[in-house]
Design a protein around this ligand. Structure first.
Ligand SMILES: [Zn+2]
Length: 182
């Protein structure tokens, strides 16, 4: 092997190493900041749902430090020109403001009001569990606007997906349902 070949191999190894050392934080930034989050709007002190521009954060992380900007907010488009100060809450605790984690934490350990099955952590491939309102109607949690969830969690009850389907059928087709006592 000539000196030139060795030099080229060494150079390629350095370039590949540098590339990898930037790709890893970029991928980490993308997976850390993707997903819908709930924050307290510093302007109104209300719960709002936001999406961080995760791809842009990943691009910035590839170049240097991840820079966070919002991609969506439940107060947009009216307040699209706000200072995005809420991003400080996302940066401080990206996991705990993720809607998925908030919902999963709420269900975990509770029982379905109908069948009393205990909920574990939510899984992305499972059917979404539901919520039962004061009117006894049930709806899947992901049909609710995310910024309404904290309020609903104080008055609504958890319902597993199977009971939600059964109860929906019972309410929509009551003429076809016969309740038999055990
Ligand atoms: Zn159930």
């Amino acid at each position: 092997m000539t000196t030139l070949t060795l030099l080229v191999i060494a150079l390629l190894a350095v370039v590949a190493g540098l590339f990898l050392s930037r790709v890893i934080p970029a991928v980490q930034a993308y997976f850390t900041y993707r997903g819908k989050r709930l924050i307290t709007c510093p302007e109104t002190l209300t719960k709002e749902a936001v999406d961080v521009a995760a791809r842009k954060a990943a691009t910035w992380a590839f170049i240097g430090e991840p820079v966070l900007r919002l991609d969506q907010c439940s107060r947009w488009p009216e307040r699209q020109d706000c200072g995005q100060e809420c991003l400080g809450q996302v940066e401080a605790d990206p996991e705990n403001c993720l809607v998925w984690n908030i919902v999963s934490n709420w269900y975990e350990g509770q029982e379905c009001v109908y069948c009393h099955k205990r909920f574990g952590r939510l899984h992305h491939l499972d059917h979404a569990p539901a919520l039962m309102g004061p009117d006894h109607k049930t709806m899947e949690w992901d049909r609710v606007r995310p910024n309404q969830l904290p309020e609903l969690f104080s008055t609504y009850k958890p319902v597993c997906w199977s009971c939600h389907v059964t109860e929906t059928f019972r309410q929509e087709h009551s003429e076809l349902v016969v309740d038999r006592k055990r």
